[in-house]
Design a protein. Structure first.
Length: 281
């Protein structure tokens, strides 16, 4: 796999708001599974490709190379997003069992004020900056297992939201946990983003999650329908393929890529800003 130089971008449509983008490879990548996962932990240099970020010159084989452009062209997933007005990003939180011990004053202050995501945030925790939460030094917390989205209040009074690479146990008071349905929205917030927490109960959080899962199920059904519709006559498929190739050429031409190559059992493409070479197999 050829990596993209820093600064290169592929313009495929509207700009997505967020700090992370995702790419899926048809057929899967041939990398070793570690602890039942293909993901990478750069903090501990394990998983993925040599436990580090992909660099220019790296090559990764595909598990299956018989996936054709014809099979995957035209597939897309609609955006799952709620309308958002200007102002702080709203993040919904389920209160922890410890919240009564934190007093009503602390709870009210936490939900009424706005926080800014710190530049010191990472995959272990998103650090927040805002008005200090004054904790009672007498509050005693027994160490317990962590949950993705737990909001800790350390001695400095600046909350930390535990993320995917969080530690296994915690000893700081936890004021609440970000609901599962809002985790992806939180992750995509870059440093400097202003957020505000809203308290919800477990039942409301479950309803939000069910709504999100229903949407994912709908996307799967749409992709299955597309696969079924793709079993058309050979002539219709050739027309579809030509249209998708033209779209791909326009995308590459409008990007900052110096060269793009693609090949499967049906077609071979070589595209740069001076020429386009298309060869049927």
């Amino acid at each position: 796999m050829r990596t993209v130089n820093k600064g290169d971008e592929l313009k495929t449509g509207p700009i997505m708001v967020g700090i992370f983008s995702y790419i899926a490879f048809a057929g899967g990548l041939d990398i070793q599974k570690v602890m039942d996962s293909y993901s990478t932990s750069t903090r501990f240099n394990i998983g993925g490709y040599r436990g580090r970020a992909i660099e220019e010159g790296d090559y990764i084989n595909f598990k299956h190379t018989d996936i054709s452009f014809r099979q995957i062209s035209g597939r897309n997933v609609s955006s799952f997003s709620e309308s958002r007005s200007s102002g702080p990003v709203s993040i919904r939180v389920i209160p922890s069992s410890e919240q009564p011990a934190l007093t009503d004053v602390i709870s009210e202050s936490f939900y009424s004020q706005k926080y800014t995501i710190s530049s010191k945030s990472d995959r272990m925790g998103y650090r927040l900056e805002g008005k200090r939460i004054e904790m009672d030094d007498q509050i005693s917390i027994i160490s317990e297992g962590t949950v993705w989205g737990d909001i800790q209040v350390p001695p400095d009074g600046q909350p930390i939201i535990l993320m995917a690479d969080r530690q296994t146990t915690e000893g700081y008071p936890v004021i609440g946990t970000v609901c599962t349905a809002d985790r992806s929205r939180l992750v995509q917030c870059p440093p400097g983003t202003e957020i505000q927490f809203t308290q919800i109960n477990v039942e409301e959080a479950q309803t939000l999650l069910i709504k999100q899962m229903d949407w994912l199920k709908l996307q799967q059904e749409r992709l299955n329908d597309f696969a079924s519709q793709n079993k058309q006559s050979g002539e219709a498929l050739e027309v579809l393929e030509r249209n998708q190739v033209n779209d791909l050429i326009n995308i590459v031409k409008g990007s900052s890529f110096s060269q793009f190559s693609y090949s499967d059992k049906h077609i071979k493409l070589d595209i740069d800003h001076q020429s386009v070479r298309v060869q049927s197999k």
